[in-house]
Ligand binder design. Structure first.
Ligand SMILES: CC(C)(COP(=O)(O)OP(=O)(O)OC[C@H]1O[C@@H](n2cnc3c(N)ncnc32)[C@H](O)[C@@H]1OP(=O)(O)O)[C@@H](O)C(=O)NCCC(=O)NCCS
Length: 138
């Protein structure tokens, strides 16, 4: 996307990411900056996402775009970068499957233990009116 650069966050940038993760009520467990991709515009953090490594798979999680910068293709650019970095079966847990479907994620009822744990965490700790679903890339 034009005017956007993607990179791994510095320590300072990771603190900013962490504060947005809390603000947007995303998964904040065991954050590791090396697993994150951030998007910057004119030197400012505008979005972030994580390719989390599990023993049995990878997970796209903690995806967020800073509110005034939404609907400009930044989330999509971060997801694409995470897909490019992914080397093993890639899953995610979300409440907006319609957002991920055009990017080749499909809902599935078969997933590894780490994703099952994530689904339980979301259902119990991140309570929302919508239902959570698991999706797998391709
Ligand atoms: C979900 C989120 C990451 C999307 O980021 P974004 O930068 O606004 O999304 P994009 O601009 O890349 O959107 C890509 C496409 O998805 C559509 N879209 C955007 N948000 C959507 C949503 N919430 N539901 C369904 N479709 C959506 C856009 O219209 C766009 O379509 P187009 O390519 O035809 O124009 C952002 O809204 C966000 O940070 N939300 C709060 C945190 C969150 O819900 N994270 C996801 C947890 S799984």
């Amino acid at each position: 996307m034009k005017g956007i650069s993607l990179s791994v966050p510095s320590e300072e940038e990771m603190r900013e990411v962490s504060s947005y993760i809390h603000e947007y009520e995303l998964d904040d467990r065991s954050l590791k900056k090396e697993e994150f991709v951030i998007a910057k515009r004119e030197g400012k953090l505008v979005g972030f996402g994580r390719l989390r490594q599990h023993a049995d798979c990878e997970e796209l999680c903690s995806l967020g775009v800073v509110t005034p910068f939404r609907r400009k293709g930044i989330g999509k650019a971060i997801v694409k970068e995470i897909m490019n970095r992914s080397k093993r079966p890639l899953y995610l847990v979300c409440i907006i499957p319609e957002y991920f479907e055009p990017m080749d994620f499909r809902t599935t009822a078969n997933y590894p233990a780490a994703i099952s744990n994530k689904l339980s965490f979301c259902t119990i700790q991140l309570v929302v009116p919508e239902s959570y679903c698991v999706m797998r890339f391709r």
